[in-house]
Design a protein around this ligand. Sequence first.
Ligand code: PMV
Length: 289
Amino acid sequence: MVTWSAPGKVFLFGEHAVVYGKPGLAMAIKPRVFVTVRKNRHPTPAKSPYIDGCFKAMGVTGSVYVNSQMPSSSGLGSSAAVTVATLSAINDEFDLDRTREEIALTAYQIERAVQKGRASPTDTYVSTIGGMVLITGQSRRKIPPQNLNLVVGNTLVSHSTAKMVELVAEGQRKFPDVMNPVMEAMGALTLSAVRNLSNPRQLGQLMNINEALLEVLGVGHPTLSKLVIASRNAGAFGAKLTGAGGGGCMIALCPKHMKGRVAAAIDACDARAFITSIDTVGARKENDA
Ligand code: PMV
């Protein structure tokens, strides 16, 4: 029996623009999902299509116990983390010798199958290798990690990534002359952010610009705006929605001593805040039993 864990993720910059081949920046974050796998020839079927997909892809059978500290369906990549941790644990328990790259790719294929072709490789890749990843088209480059003081605010408003991606596509089809430069600017924001990673004040300002452009794309939500404004008023350097938008989560970049205050300001808006930081490890073994 083995236990592996894998982290969630946030988009720091460039969500939606990455769908159009522009650069985006994602980061693995705490908390983690823990998955224990045990060999078992006659397991009871798992209730999750992701977990079933993992056993099918690896060609073995076993039983699973999942312990998640991450809210699901909020754009923090919890399904990717469950898939990555399950594949890593199966790989270990059955001595299958898959590399990290192979685990990341298989996890992506499972997500894509379960989500009917609508997954991007970002969540599974970032959860597998951890740290900060610059995504441009098909390329994913790990960049030197920075310790950012982040607060995540969950609006508790459910959203659909597929719907948001479609909404943006519609706008892009209707007004290409307007939307293409917006995508271009989002890509430029990401590259500017990579150059300014050690300067949180500048990064915060870039986040605020990114938030405004996401609003232009139509993926904002009144509750997201409320949390973004509350965070800025409470002392954050900057704040924006993260992921698909239309609900889900936002992030605020804060001075170290302001994290608690920003989290409290978010909580006071009837949302759920948690303080987080970068996870540089990705999928990791927890114990042998
Ligand atoms: O819903 P999330 O947090 O997994 O983010 C979706 C990000 C998009 O750029 C909108 C879509 C994608 O696949 O990259």
